[in-house]
Ligand binder design. Sequence first.
Ligand SMILES: Cc1cc2nc3c(=O)[nH]c(=O)nc-3n(C[C@H](O)[C@H](O)[C@H](O)COP(=O)(O)O)c2cc1C
Length: 376
Amino acid sequence: MQTEVMKWFDLQAPIFAFSHCRDVVAAVCRAGGMAALGTTHMTAEQLELELKWLDEHTDGKPYAVDVMFASKNPEDLEGINRPEDVEHLIPQGHKDWVENLLKEYNVPEFSQEEKQDIFKDYMQGMVRTHAKAKKSLEVVYQHPLAKMIVSALGPPPPDVMEEAHSRGLKVAALVGHPKHVKYHKQAGVDMLVCCGYEAGGHTGDIATFVLTPQVVEAAHPIPVLHAGGVGRGKQIAAALALGAQGVWTGTIWLSTAESEATPLTRKMIIEGQSDDTLRSKCGTGKYARRLKSRWVTAWEEPDAPEPLGMPLQSILINEALERMNKFQPEGLFSYPSGQVIGMIDHESDVRTVMYELLMEFGETMEYLEKLYKGDE
Ligand SMILES: Cc1cc2nc3c(=O)[nH]c(=O)nc-3n(C[C@H](O)[C@H](O)[C@H](O)COP(=O)(O)O)c2cc1C
């Protein structure tokens, strides 16, 4: 069985993956699926190193690169390197509130020098202007196995579409509402990833079971992948039944040995139930689903400040996230994850997850065929 999008890349499995971890990306590609590397916080130089590594580790199989294109007034932040330069944009009350929350959990502070470096790294790495996104794409174009660019938020700019297509790359984009499909169609994307409420990371408020068929209808004839909540092979069969040409997955890879997840993230994913994640604006200013912790719930309390917009919220909390990543305060630490954590109860590895997904997918298709024929 090969759906149209599988044929584009000669895939053995209708399984696409998103990961910030190159080991996961390479392992999924080697196992017959296709994975996209998340590049949100990478400079062009870091991206070059990652893609060079991928070229050497996918056994010649294609991969994709996920890019976050610029926010509304991106050029305003060009050239900003010191925390002092954005002080006037971030309310002091927000800063104090975040600091007090970290104090509650005794999260150690960074030195003044470390703070400056973290800020600078973040501002340089965060692809937040069209110019920076273009610089990263120039890197992507030098790697022939990078066969697809994926836009994390919104339709890619017209010049990116033109350039990518002229070089033979496919362009895909994530979408969380049927009403946004028309903008992607106008932009000329080749594929849409429809991302439902239960997904980890940025997500809208429509559940996949009703979102996917609507996006498939609105997008026709553009192929669609179903994203959100996939952790079993039977869900791949369901996604195909809803009209998708495959699934796009994120959270399940966090439980694999290859992933970037810390021991605490793994513990929270393996022990967590589906209601142990929350959608919150606390990470970027746009709704994203994360593991439930005090970091997330505190932002919902009456005394909490309103999260800032994008990209200021990320600038506000970046140092706090670095501190939490480094010191892993239990109870406060959180990480993007979807409701599918309720279906994950042990650590695995990418190859085994791929094998199990495909086995159950095959069994489900056989079961459905028998059921339809009246043999079951
Ligand atoms: C840890 C994590 C980080 C993510 N970061 C991004 C990102 O930077 N860009 C993006 O397009 N999607 C990102 N996503 C969302 C995935 O692309 C995907 O839509 C989602 O994980 C699918 O739902 P699932 O987690 O239920 O499988 C992220 C997801 C996770 C779990």
